[in-house]
Design a protein around this ligand. Sequence first.
Ligand code: ZN
Length: 333
Amino acid sequence: MMSRQGLSRLFHWSGLNALSPLGESGQYVRILAYHRIVDDHADFPFDEDLVSASRDEFDKQLRFVKANFTVVPLGELDAAIQQDKPDERLCVLTFDDGFDDFYSNAFPLLKAHDLPATLFVATDLIGSKEIIWFDWVVKMLKENQGRLLSVNNGEFHEVVAKDTPRRMLDYLKAVPDHTRIETIGAIERAFGCAQPADGHPGSRMMTWPMLQEMSLDGMEIGSHTCSHPLLRRLDHDSLMHELLESKRCIERNLHVECRSFAYPVGGSSGFSRELMKSVADAGYLYACDYRGGVNYRHKLDRYALRRIHVERYVDYPYFCSRLCYPKLFSYFR
Ligand SMILES: [Zn+2]
């Protein structure tokens, strides 16, 4: 069977992508999911799986998107759909977490192409130098390869290897939130690590002045909770605090309505039907999950919006083919 890469090259070089308006056209809303735009991620001390593209790759992707789609901020999706131009192919660009490489690397390119994006930020971390918990865990483990790590009475017990960070993050996503926090403390004690007081330039969040500038320049700022916890592992009061306080905080600082939300740590462990109801109760109009796929424009599942992931392994033909034929390529994930 042909690989998705092989098929995407065939579509790209044969010109089938240019014909896609005749096929999978305007019936879908494509929502792209990015995390970080970083040029050089060899020897990256943090989670390299969060690097979506380099600046050059992102620039190329934006050119393609601009030439083939109508890009809107997520918060304006209903208005765009109501305009009812069935041939218009709607696309939303989203960025999770709020790392400051968005400001230095992505924002200038978006501005140059005059394209909006929707950013999801964890409000407690805005302006703070604290390294976000999952990056901190990866950094500690990368620096202590070859050492034995045994935490939570041996529940996680192994000699730290190259793939230990991935397994540890999966473990931390499966335990109650207080256990996640305690485990991170246990790793710090085991390896004698402490978060550097000045943080680290490779994993830093944006500041409110940056967000204010970008909000005035057409970027939408949505919520990604206050502290980026696993929402399903929280009790109801803590959950509502994360949803309501992050929304208020964005509205207070930016003087615009915060309509959009993205579940931290998406996928089946990240959200549920009850959680979707809580997000609606908190007053959001849209919520993005991290499950892959596209959305039917006339049947939006607005609290479980699917996204097309852009990851560092996504080459240009695959990026273009997947955007043009999202349904077909979704069978390859
Ligand atoms: Zn996130």
